[in-house]
Design a protein around this ligand. Structure first.
Ligand SMILES: [Zn+2]
Length: 178
């Protein structure tokens, strides 16, 4: 997976942010982000990464975001490079490996609002990195996750988008009515 240093400006995808409705899988909301995006958790097997115990409540909050957000899902599959090669199962299986809680394969990203005008952009694999490998993200990200209740945000007309900063004019696409 492409490596980006924690807290560096997001550049993985030049287009807008596209939120997928995880309750149906076929509704999408795309917009040019009116916020700065900072990378967190784009780990690689070739680069050092921080280990440590996360503060109480952090993992639960992170999992709550991962349960409701799917951003830029169409951009492909991310595979964990920290896991050793496995003979137990096909490499692209979404089932967690034995002893793990989360899959070592993921698609898409999440967005966590930080201070006004700034959001963190993390691959969904960050849950696996934190829970199964003991990755400790930078403190500003941990604080932002602890402060973010994704269930508390629903833009008008898009109750499935769990993110507060959706601009007017976002493009809605419903694949079920095409
Ligand atoms: Zn892994």
């Amino acid at each position: 997976m492409t490596f980006y240093e924690d807290m560096s400006p997001y550049s993985y995808w030049n287009g807008g942010d596209c939120f997928t409705d995880m309750t149906t899988g076929y509704r999408f909301l795309t917009f040019e982000p009116p916020y700065e995006r900072l990378n967190v958790g784009w780990l690689s097997g070739d680069e050092p990464w921080a280990r440590g115990v996360a503060p109480a409540g952090f993992i639960e909050r992170l999992e709550a975001v991962l349960a409701v957000q799917a951003v830029n899902e169409m951009l492909g599959l991310h595979e964990c490079e920290l896991c050793p090669p496995s003979d137990e199962q096909p490499p692209e299986s979404y089932e967690p490996r034995s002893g793990h809680r989360r899959s070592s394969v993921g698609t898409g990203e999440i967005r966590v609002p930080d201070r006004p005008g700034r959001a963190f952009a993390a691959p969904t694999l960050i849950g696996h990195y934190v829970i199964d490998h003991g990755y400790r993200p930078p403190m500003p990200f941990i604080e932002a996750v602890l402060a973010f209740d994704p269930s508390g945000h629903a833009p008008a007309g898009h109750p499935w988008v769990h993110f507060p900063w959706v601009p007017e004019g976002a493009t809605h696409y419903d694949a079920s009515v095409e």
